[in-house]
Design a protein around this ligand. Sequence first.
Ligand code: CDP
Ligand code: CDP
Length: 220
Amino acid sequence: TSLPPVIAIDGPSASGKGTLAAIVAKTLGWHQLDSGMLYRLSALAVLKKNIQSDNEAEIAKVARNLNVCFVGQQVLLDNDDVSDVLRTEEVGALASRIAAYPLLRQALFERQLAFRKAPGLVADGRDMGTVIFPDAKLKIFLIADVNERAQRRYKQLIEKGISANLVSLLDDLKARDERDMHRSHAPLVPAKDAIIIDSSTLSIEESVAKVLAYWSAVNA
Ligand code: CDP
Ligand code: CDP
């Protein structure tokens, strides 16, 4: 009995992983895992419970006991709709800080594996192809110029009615990239067998078409 196939999409913040993963999953009729959301939810729970950001053991415990519920497009944490606050850069920054803790990564490990169900899974994050699903059939490492990524994130937030500042977004993205790439546990690096796609000048449709073409090639 072989496990359902996985397409792993990793890359830096705002490179378009989530958008790409959602469309590819929908096109193939597969499940989707937004692993960053689990780190963001953990960060939000840490903020709400007033836990010190250096208390690794307590943070891991909170993550293990997350009370999350997905209702359509909404994410509920302890029955509160946190869909918008979850996407803020404040939560993203804390997520990236606590994501360096091995105990937290371990606490979220099984929860991520559980998303792997037939007929397949498209998973996006930082370590999908390296740590969580090393046997993924297709591994994409999605990059884009940091200025382009800041513009995309800015536009995304403004469209949602969330206030944002382009200059501080750019600074935050750079700081987060640094932390994500240089931590010792599950750093942001392409898997050896990953295909690197630079989406700087690609439309969403073009990125999707590339991934679907690679997927067809895997099965040819
Ligand atoms: O959407 P964006 O790329 O900005 O961030 P995210 O994917 O929601 O992830 C938020 C933070 O969680 C990242 O900066 C990472 O530090 C962390 N993360 C991780 O360590 N491993 C993952 N597989 C996914 C996210
Ligand atoms: O998940 P990640 O943080 O990597 O990025 P995202 O939230 O999927 O995408 C950030 C924003 O970039 C979204 O508003 C997308 O619509 C936009 N975008 C994209 O994903 N791909 C492009 N080629 C152009 C724009």
